[in-house]
Every structure is written in C-alpha cells, then in structure tokens.
Design a protein around this ligand. Structure first.
Ligand SMILES: [Zn+2]
Ligand SMILES: [Zn+2]
Length: 293
C-alpha cells in the first residue's frame, strides 16, 4: 500500500500505537509514521521508539526518550510524525501523487476532446478506467488526434467547412495549451489554426463575397483591423488569422460574412437621400425621412 494512503487510512490512536510498536520492533519503513486524526490528539507516539508524546510536537525536534529526530508534516489536514528514514519516502510519494493528479487532468482533457470528435466511446471508456500513467495520457491524446483527422476527412467529404473550422481551431487551442501557451505559437500549431480560419472562409463563401474581420480586441494588432472587410478569394490565400504578433498567441479574431445590401434596398436608400438633400434644410429632419419611406 502506498505510504500516503496508509498514513490517511490509519483509523485511530490504537492503530497508531500498534504501528508504533511494530516500528519499534523493527518493522518496515512505511510503518515508521504516526497519524493524528482531526482534532489534534492529546498525544502521538514517537515514530522511532513509540513513546507517547503529550502534547504531540508541532515542529521538528528530537524525541526526548530515544533522541531520534522527529519530522512533523501535514497531510490532508492531519499531522504526521515521521522518522528520518520515512521522510524521503513521504516526499517521493507526495511528488508521485501530485504527478498523478496532473496526469489524470490531462487524460480527462484529451478524452473530453476525443468525445467531441466522435472517438470510439468504448476506447474512451477503457482509457478513462485504466490506471493513470503517462502512457494513459499519451494514448488518450493519440486517440483524440486520430479522431480529429477522421472527423476532418469526413467533413471535407461532405463540404462541412464550418465543422472543419471549429475542429481545427479547437485542436490548435488544445495543442497550444499543452505546449504551455507560448507568446509565439509553434508553426505547426499556428498552421492548424490557420487551416481552421481558411475553412471558416470557405464556409462563408456561399453567403458572401466579402468578409468582415471581427476582432477579439485583445491587442492593437487585432484591434487595427476590426470591422474591415476583405475579399474571401484573397483571404483564403493570405492567411491573415491568427494575427501574427498577438500576445495571446492564437488570437480570437474571427470572420463574419460582410452582407452586401440588396440592390433594390440600396436604390431606395439612394433615392431617399437625394430627395432629402434636394429639399430645404428646414425639411431635412427625421420627419421628412419618415415621410419619404
Ligand atoms: Zn487577431
Ligand atoms: Zn490580439
């Protein structure tokens, strides 16, 4: 059993005493610890000689009887007394527990993404149930990335460009965060985001010839082009987004269709403006606009 679990699993003072005796009798290292349940007990045994220390020490010190060092640590809100031999094991197991938490979160993240791109639910479930390890994280990541490629291929076959835009940008975001979110994103990651933005442009092609840049307004570079319109035919080659030099790495700027005003509406508006401009300045208020429409 792992030392940390053993420390936390120790149910009561009697067990502590039994453990203390076994250590005093030369039992294994992982036994050489004492656990104080909450609230703090009136006494805890020395991890080396098992003499009851009342009150238990609150800081590192030597045992008044055996003179061996007692190291006081906290574990999930409880006081733990360790001897010198146990303290290295304690540290190593704490490190391992922290590492496992990180790995577990990473696996969960990849599997959640994999689920969104229709990875096999069976494989997702199997990986989620496996003991957490760096291999389990790597396998979950690989499952996601393979599912992305399948999903993109299927979407391209069906001409679902909007889906490709979403999938590629999400993939770029996940890999970017995995890389530690550097200020300038690695080329391959920026490339995935760019592919996503090109797919967004293609998805807008049936709606409009021009697109409006909707800025995330995160920085001057991105704000500069906010609201500007560009030809889709040019932009699929220019790869303007994500903006290079944005401190967010992958900016949130997006394309919206720039809706051309229908011809008849434009003509009516022109006519109205010229009528208003032609009339006397006194008439050229909101009332005359209303009358003209
Ligand atoms: Zn931007
Ligand atoms: Zn920006």
């Amino acid at each position: 059993m792992n030392l940390l679990r053993r420390l936390l699993g120790s149910p009561d003072g009697e067990d502590d005493l039994a453990t203390a005796r076994s250590v005093a009798d030369g039992h294994p290292l992982s036994e050489a610890v004492r656990l104080a349940p909450e609230p703090p007990p009136a006494a805890l045994p020395c991890p080396s000689c098992a003499v009851l220390l009342s009150p238990p020490p609150v800081g590192d010190r030597r045992c008044p009887r055996c003179r061996q060092p007692i190291i006081v640590r906290r574990l999930e809100g409880r006081t733990v007394l360790l001897n010198e031999a146990a303290v290295e094991v304690f540290k190593a197991e704490r490190r391992r527990a922290a590492e496992e938490r990180v790995q577990s979160a990473a696996r969960q993240r990849w599997l959640r993404l994999a689920h969104k791109v229709n990875a096999s639910p069976n494989r997702c479930a199997k990986l989620a149930a496996a003991p957490v390890s760096s291999d389990a994280v790597a396998a979950s990541r690989a499952l996601y990335l393979a599912a992305v490629e399948r999903a993109v291929k299927a979407a391209r076959h069906d001409g679902r460009w909007g889906d490709i835009g979403r999938i590629r940008r999400e993939q770029a975001r996940a890999l970017y965060e995995e890389a530690g979110a550097p200020v300038s994103p690695p080329d391959d990651i920026a490339g995935l985001h760019r592919d996503g933005m090109v797919a967004v442009l293609r998805s807008l092609q049936p709606l409009a010839r021009e697109v409006e840049l909707v800025s995330a307004k995160c920085c001057p570079t991105c704000r500069n082009e906010d609201g500007q319109t560009f030809r889709i035919a040019d932009e699929v080659r220019l790869h303007r987004l994500p903006h290079a030099g944005c401190p967010l790495g992958l900016c949130g700027c997006d394309w919206w269709p720039a809706m051309a005003e229908p011809k008849r509406a434009r003509a009516r508006r022109r006519a109205r403006i010229s009528r208003v401009a032609g009339s006397s300045s006194a008439d050229a208020g909101p009332d005359s606009w209303a009358a003209a429409s």
